[in-house]
Design a protein around this ligand. Structure first.
Ligand SMILES: [Zn+2]
Length: 317
């Protein structure tokens, strides 16, 4: 009785040094976190309720984009390289937001740096619908993904241009690419990069374009198909900033204010390429990179959006 009362009394009292350390860490966190605000004021305003979060997760030389809406809906576009990316980055992000179920699991294309973590995602979260371009592949993680989707009775959808999906009440997903017949290279092969899933996320006035690893041929086709309607405030720079992507024509059609590159620090491919970085800078686009900034989070209220980065301003853009 006495002990209980004593420990109850003692509970909230922390040693002064611990309190000081806590405050110091809090201050450091505030200083390190960086937020930039952008307004989608170049488009007509339409009132949208609810907020939406789009996070370009830092999964190294790979891609994983998580979307969570205020009305409790969520999706994942690509799943990083491995189960470790899921365990250390993807699952904690969703768990912090109370997400246990994904409305959509989207795969841009079946390359390891996009599909690698997908079996682990399916082991961790309930998934309603799986969408992918259904381009043939022998990638083991892709085959495991298809097996799990089938075993669990998850709805599988072959993603093609023209399909539209609702993520809750306020976010719309428009599938812009691929389309039939699939794009073939000069040797007649179906390139999985160039037939990757391109999604336009629309939240009121705020638009985010997710492009996977598409390269110049798919960019050209998309620009001509969209005929001036490819505008987006936020662009996921295709193919980790590779020289084979982000053509001047794509940038001219999208005219983003913000570009996000998912790349691993010191990756052997030299991503992002200097030429692409120069092109983005010359167009006056604010560039965020997961290798420099860590996870990059876009918070939208449907009219404007802010960008928060896991790490502070590095000076290198
Ligand atoms: Zn890739």
């Amino acid at each position: 009785m006495t002990r209980g009362a004593r420990s109850g009394h003692r509970g909230p009292r922390l040693p002064a040094w611990l309190l000081a350390l806590g405050l110091l860490l809090l201050a450091a966190g505030v200083l390190l976190a960086r937020t930039d605000w952008f307004s989608a004021d170049d488009v007509e305003s339409s009132a949208v309720a609810g907020r939406a979060t789009v996070a370009f997760l830092d999964v190294g030389q790979a891609l994983a984009v998580a979307v969570v809406t205020a009305d409790g809906h969520a999706l994942l576009y690509d799943a990083g390289n491995s189960a470790r990316d899921v365990r250390e980055v993807i699952a904690p992000f969703f768990e912090e937001r109370g997400v246990t179920r994904l409305d959509y699991l989207l795969l841009s294309h079946p390359d390891q740096d996009h599909v690698g973590g997908m079996p682990a995602v399916l082991d961790t979260f309930a998934v309603e619908t799986f969408l992918d371009p259904a381009v043939p592949s022998t990638n083991l993680a892709y085959l495991e993904t298809l097996q799990r989707v089938a075993d669990r009775g998850i709805q599988a959808q072959r993603a093609r241009r023209g399909q539209t999906l609702a993520l809750g009440e306020h976010v719309r997903l428009e599938i812009l690419w691929p389309r039939d017949p699939l794009l073939r290279d000069e040797s007649g092969d179906v390139s999985d990069n160039d037939n990757g899933l391109v999604v336009r996320l629309v939240h009121g006035d705020v638009t985010v374009l997710l492009t996977g690893d598409i390269e110049a041929p798919a960019e050209r086709a998309l620009v001509s198909l969209e005929e001036g309607t490819l505008r987006a405030q936020v662009l996921q720079v295709p193919h980790h900033g590779s020289q084979t992507s982000t053509t001047p024509e794509l940038l001219e059609a999208v005219r983003p204010a913000v570009a996000v590159i998912s790349a691993g620090a010191g990756n052997p491919y030299g991503h992002p390429h200097a030429e692409v970085m120069n092109r983005l800078r010359a167009a006056g686009i604010v560039v965020y990179r997961t290798d420099v900034d860590g996870t990059v989070v876009i918070e939208s209220d449907g009219t404007s959006y802010e960008v928060r980065t896991q790490r502070g301003w590095s000076g290198e853009r």
